[in-house]
Design a protein around this ligand. Sequence first.
Ligand code: SDX
Length: 432
Amino acid sequence: MKEHTVTVTDNRTGEQIELPVKHPTHGPYAVDIGRLFRDAGYFTYDPGFLSTASCQSTLTYLDGDNGELLYRGYPIEQLAEKSSFTEVAYLMLYGELPEKEPLKKFNDVIIKHSMLNESLSSLFGGFYHDAHPMAIMVGVVGSLSAFYHDSTDISNASHREIAAHRMIAKMPTIAAASYKHSIGEPQVYPDNSLSYTGNLLRMMFSVPCEPYKVDPVAEKALDLIFILHIDHEQNASTSTVRLAGSSGANPFACIASGIAALWGPAHGGANEAVLSMLDEIGHVDNIPEFLARAKDKNDPFRLMGFGHRVYKNYDPRAKIIRQMCYDVLEKLDDKDDPTFELALKLEEIALNDEYFIQRNLYPNVDFYSGLIYKALGIPTNMFTVMFAIARTVGWVAQWTEMIAEENQRIGRPRQIYVGPEKRDYVEIDKRQ
Ligand code: SDX
């Protein structure tokens, strides 16, 4: 990688230190501060990591100012229009778009891993019927290492590959089983004759007492939404997976940590929060009151589905999903969905409001995705589960990239200590 240097001067002592600057394929140059503490005794300070690159990666590139997203160099718009979820999953895992035979083989491998160990299936019964499906998913995925010992040696490339395939394949089965448990219906086994998303729909919505036909509109819509959610650079949940993985934890535990991080409403939990917010707003007339609350620093309310750490322009995924909303609602003959109308109105008013314009707050991927899930009959508490299914591809690809790195080391950030000065212990009868 090409480099140049920058020189940092400490105005207190006049001391100077020269630091290497790395040149990326796309995006900002990065000052390599790895030697700063050893050579000059300084830490850097960047809570929330607004200006910090935690790693090098070949997987995904985001341009927040131009609203651009590339997977392995391919624009998300082209993949969304021309590719499929499992083809993009292959691209993320292996770096290139597959030819026909390798893609067929990959699809076969994934479908063959979609069943769960039968003892694992009984885990779901241990959860209370009203357990949130994300809570079930965190628990079940974390327990996978108890069942699949033959793919937990992270130093073995074939173990890493089998573990990646297993997680991508089993997430829909775990998700559907979590859903079935929450509605008191029997789990449905995968059907190897169906597509990845067709299988998920059937495992979620079929019942033993009648035939089930996958709706091609729903199957295609889910496939497209999943492509858009596959990866997103070093977001909170991906960074969690990398940090967990850097300690040598087994891949299933790492993905479980990613699911837990994704659940937060500031992150993947936002899609569920958007629908709750739209239900709370209820009517277009109430929008001004909620916008006022979103601007009020004393009110914790935020406009869910708006804003993004990186995108200071329209999230390209939101643009695609917004158009999909029209198409899917039209095809499902649900085009007058009042919630969709309300979302469009809320977006229009917010995007013309000075507060949102000044802060570059645009709809993000979570603003519209819930509307499509709702139109497909997926309950609100399963929205983040859907996100987790798709993001598992990104998590396992990022984890694999990190583990395969030559100089991979445990992640161990430092801090600025602002606690009490050093002091001696005081016996209890001398304290006042
Ligand atoms: C995802 O990182 C990723 O790539 C994530 C993701 C992925 O694919 O992995 O893209 C998926 O998580 C999308 C984001 C989903 N979350 C939400 O929709 C929740 C609502 N959004 C916010 O909580 C917020 O915008 C974040 C968390 C998304 C981003 O937070 P930042 O970058 O820390 O922004 P900030 O808090 O510094 O906000 C900057 C300003 C602040 O006002 P000022 O202090 O400057 O006056 O904008 C305001 C914030 O108060 N602001 C909002 C707002 N988001 C930011 N005000 C009202 N409503 C909002 N949604």
